[in-house]
Design a protein. Sequence first.
Length: 91
Amino acid sequence: MGIHGDCDRRFTPLRDAFIANFEAGEELGASLAATLHGEPVVDLWAGWAHVARTRPWARDGYAPNNFAIDRLADPRVSPVCAAMRAIAETL
């Protein structure tokens, strides 16, 4: 499984937290995108779009059973949120 996409070097902690979720077995597939002042600074994706692992996660893909709003309260997202906050405080 590889991580695909681009990440501005200022957001390396965010990329690292994204990767850590996969390494910990917490993610089947996911994407992460962020902008700063209207410019894309993070655009990452990895894993599988279906539990059967028959379709890789695509840059513009989604999983029908993935509800981003529900994930905001998911503790697995906390490291990513913490990295985002730490970066934002330095910009």
